[in-house]
Write a protein that binds this ligand. Structure first.
Ligand code: GLC
Length: 616
């Protein structure tokens, strides 16, 4: 770098520091101010950040500048995401670079790769037990491969999103190993309890994430001579963010990854970062102070990056994760996702209407992440409050989860219950979209056609709601549950492996063949994606309004001032002329842009069909 450029970089940093320092200080002081050496610690944190800024490449700094000039860059109608496992999608990071053309063909601009950093040697929760933030999992490649990939993706206008697993580390991470060997500094990185009674006190208010495969929230570790807090699996040790050294170390890990070219960080398990006796230890106010502090550091060093909250909580509880536009940029709309599936199971749209009506308005620039499936189960509890507000009991949730558990011969869904043997409980549901929507149980072409309509209905909702829609790997090809032998044993230990198949190369090769279900699915989805990309009404920040109507199976809403979505969540055809009359949509004013069954008559909205209409 020549002298002039270095000056510019320094000036840039000085200016950002002037803008963000006080707020960052206030945030961190509120958490750590009681420590005697706080000011020193804070000065070191800034020095470390300055160092990371100095290391940021010219290409990434140019990206930062472009993004700062258009802060809502991720909220436009062309934003489309795709989520995949590196090995299951492309073998390794180098193989992934070979798949960029495919992603571009689909119209993808945001690629979430599930964990690829060095992971625990044995069981590792699909990579969510991280052994090093500074190395790539050797079977997937190297840091050089990662940097080459991010550069190639940037060139293709695709932002790489990576998990930043900040709640815990693997029990073989160097910090955990140092703690095991008795190092006091590293023991203080974790929540350790000598006395089981202390854990019991916390447990009174704690929920269990994996009650079957990993019951409890604490694990006794012989070498530690103590119980360690393990919200998830026993080998995932929760970090103690009450310790400022933990914050500093994790912030540095984040900034280093940003310098590798990762543009979006999925803040894994964000609600769990802070613990307080007597509380559920989820979504505590301190979590938001921590996230705001991370955002502050991102603004200083890598302002082109985005933070995505992985907080699977009801949408009404999500506004704190956005703060006043000073926390996360994106959050999963899991209520919308679950409500779409629930509406399908119930053949009624009231739950969706309720969720949509109660979706909070976001501070700008911010956006929802809309999705249909992901690598985890569908958790129904996010809908509990919505059903309560509708005056319904928990039996609704039970019925919905039972519909997807694969045991009801009347259901088209071939899924499986997660973490529960009790058929009456509202357990989570596992399964690929295609299996849950009827592709797997289809007996003939007509059944397959109906399954495709359901898939287009749920994806059509994600595409039209307003947000960043993300396709889960294989859904675009109607790929079904993983039935491979290797998957069976994995799934026996953790049922979520059902929805983590290797991308089916035959389906991929057949994607342009309309005679094949995978080809039909791919083409229909792509058509919808391409249409969406030219409709400014579908940008994340365009207004959205629910349209009241009397038909229980119909969901109708308007985007912008000129686009309407009509969706039939039932197995019955609905009379289109009378629906249009009720919604005041005469043919003279509204024309059809897209419908799932292009050749259908104007007389009916077919079972599970979606329509996009535009004002003339
Ligand atoms: C997130 C991930 C999930 C993982 C958990 C623990 O919820 O999505 O797959 O098991 O975090 O890291």
């Amino acid at each position: 770098m020549d002298g002039q450029k270095r000056m510019n970089a320094e000036d840039e940093y000085t200016a950002r520091l002037a803008a963000h320092r006080d707020k960052l200080h206030a945030c961190l002081y509120s958490l750590y101010g009681r420590h005697a050496d706080f000011e020193n610690w804070f000065a070191q944190l800034l020095q470390q950040a300055g160092h990371r800024h100095a290391q940021r490449s010219a290409a990434l700094r140019a990206l930062d500048a472009r993004r700062q000039a258009t802060p809502d860059w991720f909220a436009h109608e062309r934003m489309l995401g795709y989520c995949a496992y590196v090995d299951r999608f492309a073998g390794d990071l180098q193989g992934l670079a070979q798949r960029i053309d495919y992603l571009r063909e689909l119209g993808v601009r945001h690629l979430h790769l599930l964990p690829f950093l060095k992971m625990r040697a044995q069981d590792n929760d699909g990579g969510f037990a991280v052994s090093s933030f500074e190395a790539v999992e050797p079977s997937l490649g190297s840091m050089a491969d990662l940097e080459a990939l991010t550069a190639a993706l940037r060139e293709a206008d695709i932002s790489l999103c990576a998990d930043f697993v900040l709640n815990h580390v693997a029990d073989d991470h160097p910090w955990a190993q140092a703690a095991r060997s008795g190092d006091a500094q590293h023991r203080a990185f974790f929540h350790l309890f000598d006395d089981r009674a202390q854990c019991t006190q916390y447990e009174r208010h704690l929920h269990q994430v994996f009650p079957h495969s990993a019951p409890g929230n604490f694990t006794y570790v012989e070498e530690l001579g103590a119980w360690v807090w393990t919200t998830f699996y026993p080998y995932q040790w929760d970090l103690n963010y009450a310790n400022p050294q933990v914050f500093a170390a994790m912030a540095d890990a984040l900034l280093q990854l940003a310098n590798r070219g990762i543009e979006v960080f999925r803040l894994d398990s964000a609600p769990f970062l802070w613990k307080r006796l007597g509380s559920s230890c989820q979504n505590l106010p301190e979590v938001h102070v921590l996230l705001k502090a991370l955002r502050g550091l991102i603004e200083l060093v890598a302002p082109g990056c985005l933070l995505l909250a992985e907080a699977i909580v009801p949408s009404q509880e999500l506004p704190p994760y956005f703060g006043a536009g000073d926390e996360c940029h994106l959050a999963y709309h899991s209520s919308l996702m679950a409500a779409g599936w629930a509406a399908l199971a119930q053949e009624r749209s009231d739950i969706l209407r309720e969720v949509m009506a109660s979706t909070p308005t976001l501070p700008m620039p911010a956006s929802w992440l809309c999705y249909v499936r992901c690598h985890d189960d569908i958790g129904w509890q996010v809908l509990a409050n919505d059903y309560r507000r509708m005056g319904s009991g928990s039996h609704e949730l039970h019925a919905v989860s039972a519909f997807y558990n694969g045991r009801d011969p009347r259901s088209y869904a071939q899924g499986a219950a997660f973490q529960s043997d009790d058929p009456k409980a509202a357990h989570g549901s596992n399964g690929m979209s295609a299996s849950l929507l009827g592709f797997e149980r289809a007996r003939d072409a007509q059944d397959t056609e109906l399954a495709l309509r359901r898939l287009l209905l749920l994806y059509g909702l994600a595409f039209s709601f307003g947000g960043l829609p993300v396709i889960y790997m294989g859904d675009e090809l109607a790929q079904t549950n993983d039935r491979a032998d290797s998957a069976q044993s994995r799934a026996a230990a953790d049922g979520r492996w059902l929805q983590r198949p290797v991308l089916d190369s035959t389906r991929l090769a057949q994607r342009h063949d309309a005679q094949q279900p995978s080809g039909r699915c791919y083409q229909a989805l792509r058509e919808l994606i391409q249409l969406r990309a030219v409709l400014p009404e579908l940008a994340a920040n365009a207004p959205r309004q629910l349209l009241r109507n009397q038909e229980p199976a119909l969901l109708a809403f308007e985007r912008g001032a000129s686009l309407r979505v009509l969706a039939n969540f039932s197995s019955r055809p609905l009379p289109l002329p009378s629906l249009r009359a009720e919604l005041n949509m005469p043919a003279s004013d509204w024309h059809l842009l897209w419908r799932a069954q292009a050749s259908a008559s104007d007389e009916a909205l077919l079972p599970w069909e979606m329509l996009w209409m535009q004002r003339r």
